[in-house]
Design a binder for this molecule. Structure first.
Ligand code: ZN
Length: 365
């Protein structure tokens, strides 16, 4: 009897260019505006980009750090939209997750610029807008944003501040140019947090209601790579090869996440980022061992998949993960030991991301 076919519903239209030096192969025959993280782009690379774009460069703005907020996106639109009157103008973004996410908002140019904040808050495009081509070049290894259609914008004017997910159906970039050399300037503490984000994307893709055999393979490879390579990076060994491996892992986890979205650990992380100022990857990582155990309890198939993350099949995986996280400076947390913690957990299991978790009793959105 033939096995039943599985309809994966895989959809990811991003054209990917991968490899060291990919930036130097960049060719563009139409106008472009650039949004770049000032701290992440070397003077040489910025000069190269300006020269290769030449007269095609219609505008340039710097991301100067901080949470990607509605207000920051609004100011960038004010700066760059006047230079984007030609509909073929490509938005080129170079930076970490915040820069790439801001570009995902910026590329939808509204006829009425005064509507932008309302548009992102309501997650609904108005009748008249222009969708510009988008090229994304990550300068950190961790975000995966270059191959997903979601962008996180923080509404810091709301009380309390809230995380908005800007996710139009056609929000994917046209191109992702993943050049591991662009991550060389990334400071070690930030590289660690980004690698932890990759690990979180990979594991969240495994304990996810939308996981399938393809996302599982990508996610497992990504998780195993981070676990093997991040300690080497932090010890200062084999920097180049390690950074290439971590950039590849970030891309693989991003591709898996582009199909499954994230889940419970991400849902729990946003509080820590907002109230404890904890970097995103770190804030996700502190919850991973707890969510791992919950996933194992929820699904024997998921437990079997998680067993493949570490080579040692005898020691419980969550215990190995706790030890590994300790070795890279992360202290995991657990909400199951107090009434208020359990209430918080149950609340997040019902949130948009939490519902993707395999152990959530509520259907995924
Ligand atoms: Zn993340």
């Amino acid at each position: 009897m033939a096995a039943q076919a599985l309809h994966l519903g895989w959809h990811n239209p991003v054209h990917i260019t991968w490899g060291c030096g990919a930036l130097y192969g960049l060719q563009l025959d139409q106008p472009a505006v650039v949004l770049a993280d000032r701290a992440a782009l070397s003077v040489e690379n910025a000069d190269f980009l300006r020269q290769s774009l030449g007269t095609h460069c219609a505008g340039w703005a710097w991301y100067e750090g901080g949470l990607a907020s509605v207000e920051m996106a609004r100011q960038l639109c004010q700066t760059l939209w006047p230079a984007m009157q030609d509909p073929s103008t490509t938005v080129i973004a170079l930076g970490g997750g915040s820069t790439l996410d801001l570009a995902k908002a910026l590329r939808f140019r509204l006829a009425d610029a005064s509507l932008c904040a309302k548009t992102w808050r309501n997650k609904q495009l108005p009748a008249i807008y222009e969708r510009h081509p988008l090229w994304l070049l990550p300068t950190t290894a961790g975000t995966g944003s270059e191959v997903t259609r979601w962008a996180t914008l923080w509404d810091t004017q709301a009380r309390p501040a809230v995380k908005l997910s800007w996710a139009p159906m056609d929000g994917f970039a046209e191109r992702a140019i993943v050049d591991p050399d662009l991550t060389l300037r990334c400071p070690l503490p930030q590289s660690r947090d980004c690698a932890l984000d990759t690990l979180a994307h990979a594991l969240e893709s495994v304990w996810n209601k939308k996981s399938n055999p393809i996302t599982q393979a990508l996610a497992l490879e990504a998780a195993r790579t981070v676990i093997a390579q991040l300690p080497l990076l932090l010890d200062g060994h084999g920097a180049d090869a390690t950074r290439i491996a971590l950039a590849r892992a970030s891309l693989l986890a991003g591709l898996a996440m582009s199909q499954t979205q994230t889940a419970l650990a991400h849902a729990l992380s946003y509080d820590l980022t907002l109230h404890e100022n904890m970097p995103h990857g770190h804030a996700c990582a502190v919850w991973l061992p707890m969510v791992w155990e919950l996933a194992e309890q929820s699904s024997p198939a998921c437990a079997a998949m998680l067993q493949r993350v570490f080579d040692d099949a005898q020691t419980p995986g969550a215990q190995q993960l706790t030890q590994w996280l300790g070795s890279v400076g992360v202290s995991p947390r657990d909400l199951r030991n107090s009434v208020s913690g359990r209430e918080h957990l149950s609340l997040e299991l019902g949130s948009a991301r939490g519902r993707n978790f395999i152990g959530s009793p509520i259907d995924a959105p």
